[in-house]
Design a protein. Structure first.
Length: 144
């Protein structure tokens, strides 16, 4: 038997059960994420521990990135009696509006150790560039 040492966590768990905050396809729960720029890429990392790779769906429509995932219950034998269940199950979703300066055609997705990492390159047109000054003819000044 497991012993609990944090009474507030138990209150949170009870509140989740009472309020039915488990995510569904029509009302998914949010997933935590980090977003940052690394060189010429924009990186977004989503925490999805316990989610199978095939239960993750990533879509981009125009500049709206949508990530949906489903954490399914682990199949249990008939003689298993659950003593404690704190890990949330259900559907998780997050939408992120991407800037026009990102190349949504070349998004790279990797999933490792429960973290989904998306790398989105900065579009070439958005990168700073030097403008060369041409050697054109000098302008004549007209005096009146």
């Amino acid at each position: 038997m497991l012993m609990r040492t944090d009474p507030f966590r138990e209150l949170d768990r009870i509140a989740q059960q009472v309020l039915n905050t488990t995510g569904t396809w029509s009302r998914p729960s949010a997933m935590p994420m980090d977003a940052y720029r690394e060189g010429d890429e924009y990186v977004i990392a989503f925490d999805l521990p316990g989610v199978a790779k095939d239960a993750i769906d990533i879509d981009v429509e125009r500049n709206m990135l949508t990530v949906k995932a489903e954490r399914r219950p682990v199949a249990k034998a008939d003689d298993v009696q659950m003593e404690l269940s704190e890990r949330p199950l259900g559907v998780f979703s997050r939408q992120v509006m991407l800037a026009d300066t990102l190349d949504t055609e070349r998004i790279d997705a990797a999933y490792d150790a429960g973290v989904l990492t998306l790398r989105i390159p900065i579009a070439e047109r958005a990168k700073p560039r030097k403008i060369a000054i041409g050697g054109g003819s000098a302008r004549k000044q007209i005096s009146g």
